[in-house]
Design a protein around this ligand. Structure first.
Ligand code: ATP
Length: 251
């Protein structure tokens, strides 16, 4: 039984069937990529895992517990963290402060902006934040203002903000979007390093170099429907995937 089990999930926006009987089983400790053309339903699916959307029908179970109807911060509290397509950071605060805030939120329950008031008095949280900044290669920039970082570094910072919460399941929505090839390769290395800790990861990604560098298993969505699932080598050679994803070009 996987750490995340998704069964027959359907989601409709007006006349559009965005998700159509989606079933997934995510193995604990694995990197599971979800790929598919624009508008396939990938982000909609992820939103159903973090409480931003509620499926019309179907179930989403994390460690045997339903995630449906649970508030986003509670889902976060039980071990699911998400890195967004556009980094959600506090631009005007330092890197260290950015990482300490979610550490407090995770420790204290609901996200409390006044948790900020106690930042600085908590050596233990600060040490943990510094440790995570070191893991993502940003500890030397800890006092810089987050808004001044490059796009690649902002995404690393957001990753640190997730890791400090010690997630069991990390959801990565296009973690290398807009990055240079060098930054992309650094991110691949970083995610592999994180993989050594056994954190399960679901990655949505358009860059096939990233997908095939990281994924143990791949699910392909097209028009809200799972059209293929399997090991990277199987997916690479699947003509349905090549047709749906790249209009017949080879992956
Ligand atoms: N809140 C919404 N209201 C109406 N339609 C929506 C909403 N969110 C998504 N959609 C539609 O649902 C479909 C799936 O969108 P989704 O963003 O999940 O696709 P995606 O696979 O993540 O695409 P991309 O790769 O471009 O990010 C699209 O046709 C989109 O326009």
């Amino acid at each position: 039984m996987g750490i995340l089990q998704v069964n027959d999930v359907n989601k409709r926006f007006g006349g559009l069937q965005a998700l159509n009987n989606v079933t997934l089983d995510i193995e604990e400790g694995s990197v599971h990529a979800i790929i598919g053309p624009n508008g396939a339903g990938k982000s909609t699916l992820l939103n159903c895992f973090v409480g931003r959307l509620v499926p019309d029908t179907g179930t989403v179970m994390f460690n045997g517990k339903s995630l449906l109807g649970i508030k986003p911060y509670e889902i976060n509290q039980i071990g699911v963290s998400r890195v967004f397509q556009t980094p959600e950071i506090f631009e005007e605060l330092s890197l260290l402060e950015n990482v300490m805030i979610p550490a407090f939120a995770h420790r204290d329950g609901a996200f409390r902006i006044n948790a900020w008031a106690s930042v600085g008095s908590e050596g233990e949280v600060r040490d943990r934040a510094l440790h995570v900044l070191d893991d993502v290669g940003l500890v030397d920039k800890k006092d810089m203002i987050a808004g001044s970082l490059s796009r690649g570094d902002k995404r690393r910072l957001e990753l640190a903000m997730c890791l400090v919460q010690d997630p069991q399941l990390l959801l990565l929505d296009e973690p290398t979007a807009g990055m240079s090839r060098a930054d992309t390769n650094n991110t691949i290395d970083l995610l592999k390093k994180i993989g050594e800790r056994g954190i399960t990861k679901i990655v949505i990604e358009h860059d096939m170099h990233v997908v095939f560098s990281l994924a143990h298993k791949i699910t392909v969505l097209a028009q809200g429907t799972v059209i293929a699932e399997g090991l990277p080598d199987d997916i690479k050679g699947d003509p349905r995937v090549q047709e749906a994803y790249l209009g017949g070009a080879h992956l």
